[in-house]
Design a binder for this molecule. Structure first.
Ligand code: GLU
Length: 484
């Protein structure tokens, strides 16, 4: 059975590339009826940001990328763990790593290293000065058993390093890159256990993937060069290695790694701005994978039905905000109006409370703006435009509309008709405009443009009848009278 995992480090937020990794792991498990799990790789305690696991679980949940095992959030927002292969936090698995490190040392596949930071720094400096790639010189692998025991007995600070075969090609099949070969002379004798008793990522990832019965490791391509070390560790333990798939990096417009500095790398920022989870997941799934029929709007279920690792792209995917905006506006337009109104409300509260708290007007507003925004935060701008005093007319088209002969008649007809109404509704507005067309013979441009000019000062914009319903009777009359 396929078992995949997303294994983020809890360093604060969920990167777009991280979500993509999670999605692909989720989809391949879903497609094959396997399990997708979440593991927290918190071996670097200096990078730990409190609250980030809660945040990760919450954001993944909002995006429907639900794991079967690992940390979960209860209704009070507290973390609990579920699944048979826990703990799912690496920091809670220290004894397991210690046991396996000991095994490698006993079998001569790893060794204690007592070199000081100063020595290592000096070594790196010398190697760099000679134009060499800095790597450990294996000094401690030559210590005698007695020397090692004496140092341990004296309590000398130490790490555990893996031994490497000299000048050996390590080859593996990567799901995206095909056959990859890296020679051990280009690899460092990696620290497996740090002086603080924590494992390094490289050691923990192998032990955990084995223990959690992971069959497919799908992760960012920054880990491709480390994979030979992992392969060797599998070999040292006599374990079968999982399949590896390294995903090309998500790039910004300048073809550099998308970073938080681009202002668009954290999934939570997009959620906050009012990108719908469905749209985010739809778009991110396409950053390196495509539907067989080229379809660009699809649900997670549709993607799961078609997902296939062989369709992963080899090229780095460029994050294109315009494309995401296009997809998001599609989902906004398609969303059921009442549900959308509920979301829109969240962006108006505290800014346009009267509108936010008036269910009927909120619905008019939602219908009025839903095909005008790319993300929901933009509804504030739309409300601003509607409620602001009419702009001063400066455009040629506007001045023309303002000077139309029929305007005095139009404005007094509007005032007369609307004053009779109790409230402005789409039905009332429709009937009013019809009466004006029929009885006053004011039609088309002569009707719509001057009306809009009176209400907003613009010649183009959102549905004017809905704008009138949103402004309400008093305000509409006030603006028309002012225009008169
Ligand atoms: N903790 C690693 C990361 O955050 C995971 C790499 C892997 O999936 O093996 O990138």
């Amino acid at each position: 059975m396929v078992r995949t995992r997303f294994a983020p480090s809890p360093t604060g937020y969920l990167h777009i590339g991280g979500l993509r990794t999670a999605i692909y792991n989720y989809l391949i498990a879903k497609k094959t009826g396997g399990d997708y799990i979440l593991r927290i790789e918190d071996t670097d305690q200096t990078r730990y940001v409190p609250g980030s696991v809660e945040n990760l679980v919450s954001v993944l949940g909002k995006c429907y990328i639900q794991h079967a095992e690992g940390p979960m959030l209860d209704e009070n927002g507290e973390i609990y763990e579920t699944g048979p292969y826990g703990p799912y936090y690496q920091s809670n698995r220290l004894e397991i790593y210690a046991k396996y490190a000991k095994q490698l040392i006993d079998e001569g596949k790893a060794y204690y290293c007592f070199c000081s930071q100063e020595r290592l720094a000096k070594l790196r400096e010398e190697q760099s000065a000679q134009g060499l790639t800095p790597k450990y010189d294996s000094k401690c692998s030559h210590l005698s058993k007695e020397e090692v025991e004496a140092k341990l007995a004296a309590g000398e600070s130490h790490v555990v390093r893996m031994k490497l075969p000299e000048n050996e090609d390590v080859t593996f099949e990567d799901g995206v890159r095909g056959t990859v070969t890296i020679n051990t002379k280009d690899i460092d004798e990696q620290v497996l256990m740090k002086a603080d008793g924590f494992p390094t990522y490289h050691f923990a990832v192998v032990v955990d993937d084995r223990h959690m019965k992971i069959t497919h490791v799908i992760r960012g391509e920054e880990w491709l060069v480390s994979t030979p070390k992992h392969i060797l560790l599998y070999r040292y333990f006599g374990w079968e290695a999982p399949s590896f798939v390294h995903l090309p990096t998500v790039l910004n417009k300048n073809k550099k790694k998308l970073s938080k500095r681009d202002g668009s790398a954290a999934v939570e920022d997009f959620l906050q701005k009012g990108y719908l989870p469905e749209a985010i997941v739809n778009y991110i799934t396409m950053l390196g994978w495509s539907m067989p029929d080229g379809k660009e709007i699809f649900s997670l279920e549709e993607a799961a039905a078609e997902f296939d690792l062989s369709r992963l792209s080899k090229a780095g995917a460029v994050f294109d905000i315009d494309k995401l905006n296009w997809i998001n506006s599609h989902y906004i337009k398609e969303m059921e109006a009442e549900k959308l109104a509920g979301l829109v409300k969240g962006y108006l509260v505290g800014k346009y409370d009267e509108l936010a708290n008036d269910e009927t007007k909120l619905l008019y507003f939602t219908n009025c703006i839903k095909d005008r925004v790319s993300f929901l935060e933009e509804v504030v701008r739309e409300a601003e435009e509607i409620f602001a005093e009419p702009k001063e007319v400066t455009s040629e088209e506007g001045l023309e509309a303002k000077a139309m002969e029929t305007n005095p008649q139009l404005y007094s007809a509007l005032v007369e008709l609307l004053e009779k109404e109790e409230a402005l509704t789409p039905e009332v507005m429709k009937a009013t405009f019809k009466t004006i067309q029929k009885e006053y013979k004011i039609k088309g441009k002569a009707l719509y443009m001057p009306t809009r000019i009176a209400l907003t000062g613009e010649v183009h914009g959102a549905d004017i009848q809905l704008i009138m319903c949103i402004l309400g009777k008093e305000e509409v009359l006030r603006r028309i009278k002012a225009a008169m």
